[in-house]
Design a protein around this ligand. Structure first.
Ligand SMILES: [Zn+2]
Length: 380
C-alpha cells in the first residue's frame, strides 16, 4: 500500500472498517463453529447409537478444519498486507492530526456561538462559558480576535451591572458618567438596549435648582437624609441687592437672599461637591442676634458663623449661612445629592435673627439666586 497517507485518510478509514469486519469474522465464525462442535460432542457422549456418532465425528472434524482455515487465512493475508503497508505509527499520527483539526474547528465554531449568546444575554454565565471556550483555542489569530470581542462584552456587562447598582443607590456623579459611557457604545443594538434599561431603571434626581429650605419630614436612603418635600418656609426676608435697614447698617447691598427660617432643614439646591467646611473648620458657633450700635451700624468683624459651600460644576457655587451649631452633616470633599439635608438653619455668625442666607456665585461673582430658585415652584 503505497499511498500519500495523510492525503488519503478517507481510503484509510474504509480500509480500517474492512479490516475490523475481517477481524470480527475471523473471531466470531470459528467460535460459532467450535461451539456447535462442542454441542455435537456432548450429544455423541450421551448417545449409544454408534452409527449416528460416526457421522457426527466426520462432520466435527470438517468443522474444526473450516474454523482453523477461516481463522488462519485472514490472519495470513493481514500479515502480508501489514508487511507492505506504511508505518502504522505514521497512519495513527495522521488520524490524530485530522481529529485535532476537527476538534479545533468545532471549538472555534462553538466559541463564536457562545460569544453571540453572551452578547445577546449580557449575563455573566454565558460570558464565562464563551471565555472558557476561547481559552481552549490554540490558533492565536482567532483567539486574539475573539478575546477582543469578549473584552467588549465584558465591558457591556459591567455597565449593565452599574445600571442596577445605581438604581439601588443613586449618585448623580455616577449617573452622568454612566450615561456618557452608555451613549459612547459603538454597537448600536447594545447601546440602544442598555440606554433603554438605564432610562427604565434610573431616573436623574437632578432636575431644576431647588429651594434650599427642606420639608419638615425627612427620608433616609442608604444612610443619606433627604428633606425634598414641600419646604417648611418660602418667606423671603431680604432680596438680592436689598437695601433694607439691616443691610444698610452692614454697609449696604446684599449679594444673596435671606429666607425666614427657624431650625428648619437646609438642603442642597442641586447635587455637587462640598468645599466648606473642612475637617478642622469650626461648626459650633453659637446663635446670636447682633444689634446695631447707636449709629445703626452692625459690627460683624470675625463673625463667620456656621455655613456650607457647595461646588456644582460649571462655575456655580451655593452657600448656606447662619446654620445652627453642630448640625452640619457634610464636609469638604463630600458628594451631596439634590435635596440632601446638609444642616439646620439657625442664627450663627453675622445675623440679627434666625434665617437662612442663601448665596449663589457664578465664576466667583454673586448672582441673584431668584434667577435659579423659586419660592412658588420650589421643586421644579
Ligand atoms: Zn443674607
Amino acid at each position: 500500500m503505497i499511498l500519500s497517507i495523510c492525503d488519503n485518510l478517507d481510503i484509510l478509514r474504509i480500509l480500517r472498517i474492512v479490516k475490523t469486519a475481517i477481524l470480527l469474522i475471523k473471531i466470531v465464525v470459528p467460535i460459532i463453529l467450535i461451539v456447535s462442535c462442542m454441542i455435537e460432542v456432548i450429544s455423541i457422549i450421551t448417545s449409544n447409537d454408534v452409527e449416528i456418532s460416526g457421522k457426527l465425528l466426520k462432520s466435527w472434524v470438517r468443522k474444526v478444519i473450516a474454523a482453523l482455515l477461516i481463522f488462519l487465512i485472514p490472519t495470513f493475508i493481514n500479515l502480508l498486507a501489514d508487511l507492505g503497508s506504511a508505518d502504522t505509527n505514521e497512519i495513527a499520527k495522521c488520524f490524530q492530526n485530522s481529529t485535532n483539526e476537527r476538534i479545533e474547528e468545532l471549538t472555534i465554531e462553538q466559541a463564536k456561538k457562545y460569544i453571540v449568546q453572551a452578547k445577546e444575554s449580557l449575563s455573566n454565565p454565558d460570558y464565562y462559558v464563551a471565555n472558557r471556550m476561547v481559552n481552549k483555542i490554540k490558533t492565536d489569530s482567532v483567539k486574539n480576535e475573539l478575546t477582543k470581542e469578549l473584552e467588549l462584552i465584558s465591558s457591556y456587562i459591567s455597565m449593565r451591572n452599574e445600571i442596577y447598582e445605581l438604581a439601588k443607590k443613586y449618585d448623580s456623579e455616577k449617573y452622568k458618567s454612566l450615561k456618557a459611557k452608555l451613549e459612547a457604545i459603538s454597537d448600536e443594538k447594545i447601546r440602544e438596549r442598555l440606554l433603554k434599561e438605564f432610562e427604565e431603571n434610573v431616573k436623574s434626581r437632578d432636575i431644576g435648582w431647588w429651594w434650599p429650605v427642606g420639608s419638615k419630614q425627612t427620608t433616609t436612603l442608604n444612610g443619606v437624609t433627604y428633606a425634598e418635600g414641600e419646604p417648611a418656609t418660602t418667606r423671603i426676608t431680604a432680596y438680592f441687592g436689598g437695601n433694607d435697614a439691616v443691610h444698610k447698617g452692614l454697609g449696604g447691598g446684599h449679594g444673596a437672599i435671606d429666607i425666614g427660617a427657624y431650625r428648619d432643614n437646609v438642603i442642597a439646591s442641586k447635587s455637587g461637591t462640598v468645599v466648606y467646611p473642612g475637617k478642622n473648620d469650626r461648626i459650633d458657633y453659637p446663635d446670636q442676634a447682633i444689634k446695631p450700635d447707636e449709629n445703626g451700624k452692625y459690627n460683624c468683624a470675625g463673625l463667620n458663623g456656621n455655613y456650607v459651600k457647595i461646588d456644582h460644576g460649571d462655575g456655580i457655587t451655593t452657600l448656606y449661612q447662619h446654620l445652627y451649631k453642630n448640625t452640619i452633616t457634610v464636609r469638604a470633599g463630600d458628594h451631596v445629592e439634590q435635596g440632601q439635608v446638609i444642616g439646620i438653619s439657625g442664627s450663627s455668625g453675622c445675623s440679627s435673627g434666625p434665617h437662612l442666607h442663601f448665596q449663589m456665585e457664578l465664576n466667583g461673582t454673586r448672582i441673584d439666586p431668584l434667577n435659579y430658585v423659586s419660592s412658588s415652584n420650589p421643586r421644579p
